[in-house]
Design a protein around this ligand. Sequence first.
Ligand code: ADP
Length: 588
Amino acid sequence: DPKNHADWEVAQDAEKRMKTIYAIADEMGLTEKELLPYGHYMGKIDYRAVLKRLENKPNGKYINVTAITPTPLGEGKSTTTIGLVQGLGKRGKKSSAAIRQPSGGPTMGVKGSAAGGGRSQCIPLTPFSLGFTGDINSIMNAHNLAMVALTSRMQHERNYDDEKLEKLSGMKRLDIDPTRVEMGWVIDFCCQALRNVIIGIDGVNGQRDGYMMRSKFDIAVSSEVMAILAVAKDLRDLRERMSKIILAYDKKGNALTTKDFEVDGAMTAWIVEAVNPNLIQTLEGQPVIVHAGPFANIAIGQSSIIADQVGLKLSEYHVTESGFGADIGYEKFWNLKCHYSGLKPDAAVVVATIRALKCHGGAPVPAPGKPLPEEYNSENVEWVEKGCANLLHHVNIVKKSGVSPVVCINAFVTDTDAEIAKVRELCEAAGARVALSRHWEHGGDGALELADAVIAACEDETEFTPLYSWDMPARERIERVATEVYGADGVDYSVEALRKLKAIEADPKASELGMCMVKSHLSLSDIPTKKGVPTGWRLTIRDVLVFGGAGFFVPVAGAISLMPGTGSNPSFRRIDVDPDTGQVKGLF
Ligand code: ADP
């Protein structure tokens, strides 16, 4: 019973009865060779074989799961993604989920492993949470290999003249501008001490110890290599993108790419296995495809296009999650991921909880690690009503894309009938379907109302239209998202951001680049403490990055770092191993 047990205890109990990966693959419709087993309960899918075999088969229905603006209370998006697949299963529909592989940072920090929760989780939880089949490690290696190429080249170009360079390796000088090195290193933990570092400090070997410069570490899942994995349609596409990652600029201001450093092929070699999406199961034995990484605030934060293509060929209903609220994850799904995939969703679920709505409506914001303020355990329809403004804002974002929204109230045992009735009333008045769902407590049986609402929404006419055309100048695109999606009055730019945006706008190839905004997920605005629907504010763009390989420019709004920090009460303090059985305890 999830009311009396932690998520990992519920998961480990269910794991005693879980199906083998062979059974999951067989029921899903994979042939023997298309499953690449990884132990008894996990596997990878040979996506190329599947997509070739089913080339002419029509796709199933495509459903996105998004949410209101996250609060420290958690909205249960992953839980609902899994719950919906379980509910569709109870209705006799062949369905699958696509979720992202958790990052070690949040798993060891405060957020947990993102496997869902209660009776709607994916299993086996432990390997899923701790490295899984190694995709993030491979991505980290590919990324850091580019840094090895860059830093060693800088050293050699400093130490040798042109003639010697040519003689040693046939290399021409790239003339890297040390003040314009764009790329840093990556690691899959949250470590604020690595945000700004000095590398190449002279040691006993003097100049042979490298080129001394300021450098940085970002979290691995924010790597451009991860973004490439998310948006690539196949290995060929991925290989091409891998050659266009910008590492630095030369002294004349020209971009220097992975291809210039001749490292793009080897980087791809590190991730050929990672291109195949991973397969595990829900607590009720349906397929869950896991591919690409989290963090829709600082990265694209979508499950991969490859995972969705496979799910859509094999299922009647394929449910894909995008990170955080509809302003962040859904906006990128809508205007970036679907642009690259050419796929169109049939419905989108907006997840909300009564508790989180109270938080948006004015109840005291809970502090991490502290007991929940009393306000969250007693009825308060007024706060819920006020908080619904945030929910309706997200519902309208989905509507603006031309897709039918289904509001899912992810039920907590503390919710009251009057609070639920208020949400229903307001959402129905705004033209959205609403379903109360008890999947966390009851699994698929608790998600029938949600499944039915989604099945009905998938039959609605959709007119999925992008918010902006890629032909529009960069600043106009930013302004459109800021005003129409976030609700800002306008946009301000730092001098640095303006300089970079003008350069992008002057580039005739700019229309080949999409846009992937970096913004706080904790508010519709760029100020994380502003809950509800902030008004009378302007978005500040502090910096702009260009991800030439992934194919987008990245406006960075507000003060947000690509390397999150670890706080004073991280979850690693509570994680341990039973030395007799090897079972891991304390994951969530
Ligand atoms: P998100 O994807 O929005 O970050 P998750 O699905 O990962 O959220 O859920 C976050 C946490 O909240 C998990 O520990 C999960 O067990 C818990 N949770 C989710 N839904 C419920 C619910 N209805 N009742 C109680 N706890 C829940």
